[in-house]
Design a protein. Structure first.
Length: 230
């Protein structure tokens, strides 16, 4: 099946499943769950598409097996992220930015973890980018392993099985079944909305900060006065 590409073909869920099958799916879930390089991968749309294709017989894998393996990959991915965070420690916050690593992603995940505590491991599963960095932050903060593994399993099962089963359930609806291509495009659009919102929000904050530091036409003396007050 061919769908309209909304971005790079190698990020299209349908393309990834056709090219790499179940094992490629599991590797992506593992990477996005706790490896720094996995934050850009299409986790939500990939799981949803997997359930959708299984129930429409376009993917030859038992649904129960896919759910079990996806949950396991998600749990192990978070485990790897936790151990990595525990090893690198605070040095992660001093790591310079690169094409694949942005310090602001670490800060967002840290704030998310501080706000929600251990349950952030469950909530973060449903937030793109944040879900990749949260288990790492849990390791950096020295979160008790017993608490970590408990919430890791709960989050891994809710996200891995939940999103996949949702795709399978919707795949049984006649309208969805007859409009799979359109539905897959919608899934990709919905999955990138949170990322787009975060991007626009960060951009707005940057513009606001730049305006406060020195708006065009502001006399240098006034600018110095502002900084002096700070």
């Amino acid at each position: 099946m061919t769908t309209l590409a909304l971005g790079p073909s190698w990020l299209d869920p349908d393309y990834l499943l056709n090219q790499f099958g179940l094992w490629g799916l599991l590797l992506i879930v593992f990477a996005e769950s706790g490896l720094l390089i996995g934050f850009f991968l299409p986790g939500d749309s990939l799981l949803f598409t997997t359930g959708l294709l299984i129930t429409t017989n376009k993917l030859d894998t038992p649904l129960w097996l896919a759910c079990v393996l996806i949950c396991l990959a998600a749990i192990l991915g978070d485990q790897a992220g936790y151990l990595f965070g525990k090893k690198v420690g605070p040095s992660l916050f001093n790591r310079p930015d690169s094409k694949l690593f942005k310090q602001e992603n670490v800060v967002k995940a840290h704030d998310f973890f501080e706000k929600y505590g251990p349950k952030s491991l469950v909530l973060a599963r449903f937030v793109p980018i944040v879900r990749t960095f949260t288990p790492i932050i849990a390791g950096v903060s020295g979160m008790r392993y017993r608490s970590f593994i408990t919430f890791n399993i709960i989050g891994g099962v809710m996200w891995g099985a939940g999103v996949t089963l949702l795709g399978a359930w919707l795949g049984n609806i006649e309208f969805v079944h007859k409009n799979i291509e359109a539905i897959l495009i919608l899934i990709v659009l919905v999955s990138v909305v949170p990322i787009a919102i975060e991007f626009l929000r960060a951009r707005s904050k940057s513009k606001k900060a730049a305006a406060e530091d020195g708006a065009p036409g502001t006399p240098p003396a006034q600018q110095r006065g502002r900084h002096a007050k700070r």
